[in-house]
Design a protein around this ligand. Structure first.
Ligand SMILES: *[C@@H]1O[C@H](CO)[C@@H](O)[C@H](O)[C@H]1NC(C)=O
Ligand SMILES: *[C@@H]1O[C@H](CO)[C@@H](O)[C@H](O)[C@H]1NC(C)=O
Length: 419
């Protein structure tokens, strides 16, 4: 007995811990394909999300490596319209900051421990990517009291790069929908989004960053992994969480406000989510990135949109995006719809039952809409193809050709918003 005690006391516990850490790291690096593909069980509703990427057709010069592309692209475009100021501020194309030197812009930063470990081992990190300078603006953070002190509603976004898009997206939801918490689930951006300056758009304290290193990206459906994490880590802090992309902008109509619509649903235990139909915008013939998506892309496809239309099945604007009561959240079925606990229902703007897999038919937008800037300008669509998406199935030129050729109409609802 005494011998055993001696043995235990001579074990170098530090070494044991070290071995465990190394084994864990190896596990993540060489994790087998079974686990890698386990998220494939998520169904993907339709061609919008099906594999239409055609690497051979991606124009040269848009190599999937972001570094070369993002730097010039981000340096050139005009500043997004972020201030009440009518004259667009001059962008600063110079003073490209290396991420290593860039100061975190504030907000909470949750580094991924596993990511950091692998990052150290991975010598092929892209060399010296450049960060864009923040556009000049007259905006002062936290210009008004949103009334949402307890962060009743948060938005979770899985995003890669798209810094300029995010500036407008954050500005919009912060100023016009009083959202005071954004979870930027960074899917391997270069530079890391947390190193960039978002204070021209929002009070940086309203952003919580979380970064996933590409080397630890285990699942094809990273977007859904990020959604699960948003709820697991932060769900308890909020009554509602919206799951949007950086090219999806909410608009409420008439007297409705976003918070008001959600509060109507608070007390009904049988309701667990609000589903909102897409309103898909096309390129409006633009070739280059404009200062503002909301002000510039003013054509929308009308397919299946009119009351009395022949319902399609999983087509275009029939898609929904969803705001979920965090306590009802069980898991994402796809990026559009969620499985809810205790048989809770997903409802549309009129309290209607949304029981389809990812869609709501008939489409109505009397109270609320999700404007989906799916194509943007040609140059932005090229960049989007190069970037890939969080579901491992980026849209390709087939999507562009398809949506550009559909009947469209003038949709200028978003131009009313300033900033
Ligand atoms: C971030 O941008 C704001 C406004 O654009 C600017 O005032 C501030 O100095 C910048 N902060 C850093 C750390 O660069
Ligand atoms: C899209 O349309 C263009 C012009 O009509 C055509 O050249 C191209 O091959 C089309 N691409 C796909 C993928 O359908």
């Amino acid at each position: 007995m005494a011998k055993l005690g001696d043995m235990i006391s001579t074990i170098r516990w530090r070494n044991v811990v070290l071995v465990l850490v190394v084994l864990t790291a190896l596990h993540f690096i060489f994790i087998d394909d079974t686990l890698r593909n386990s998220y494939s069980s998520y169904n993907v509703p339709d061609k919008e999300h099906s594999a239409v990427s055609e690497p051979a057709k991606v124009p040269e010069g848009n190599a999937p490596v972001d570094v070369g592309k993002t730097a010039p692209e981000l340096a050139k475009p005009p500043a997004p319209l972020v201030a009440g100021d009518s004259k667009p501020a001059d962008p600063k194309p110079t003073s490209a900051t290396k991420p290593a030197d860039a100061k975190p812009s504030g907000g909470e930063f949750y580094a991924d421990a596993g990511a950091a470990a692998v990052a150290g081992a991975n010598k092929e990190t892209p060399a010296e990517p450049t960060a864009p300078a923040a556009p000049e603006t007259t905006f002062t953070p936290a210009p008004f009291d949103s009334g949402d002190k307890d962060e009743y509603l948060a938005i979770c976004v899985s995003v890669k790069d798209q810094y300029l898009d995010l500036l407008e997206w954050l500005t919009h939801h912060y100023h016009h929908h009083n959202v005071r918490r954004f979870y930027l689930m960074d899917d391997g951006s270069t530079p890391v989004l947390a190193t960039l300056n978002f204070s021209s758009a929002v009070d940086p304290k309203a952003i919580t960053h979380r970064y996933y290193h590409p080397a630890t990206r285990l699942f094809k459906h990273q977007q859904l992994v990020a959604y699960d994490e948003c709820i697991a880590l932060f769900g308890h802090k909020h009554k509602w969480m919206a799951f949007l992309d950086a090219d999806e902008f909410l608009e409420t109509r008439g007297k409705d406000t976003l918070h008001g619509m959600l509060k109507e649903l608070d007390s009904d235990e049988k309701i667990g989510a609000l589903a909102i139909n897409w309103q898909i915008h096309t390129s409006s013939g633009l070739l280059k990135r404009p200062a503002s998506s909301r002000k510039s892309f003013v054509t929308c496809i009308e397919n299946y949109d009119n009351p009395g239309h022949d319902p399609g099945f999983g087509k275009e604007n029939e898609h929904i995006k969803t705001i979920v009561k965090t306590k009802s959240y069980n898991r994402p079925l796809n990026p559009h719809k969620f499985e809810l606990k205790d048989g809770a229902r997903t409802v549309g703007e009129n309290g209607d039952n949304v029981d389809r897999f990812a869609w709501r038919v008939p489409i109505t937008r009397d109270r609320i809409s999700v404007h989906h800037f799916a194509s943007k300008s040609r140059e932005q669509f090229e960049a989007k193809i190069s970037r890939g998406n969080g579901m491992g199935d980026p849209k390709g030129w087939e999507w562009w050709n398809h949506t550009e050729s559909l009947p469209d109409y003038k949709c200028e609802e978003m131009t009313k918003y300033d900033p």
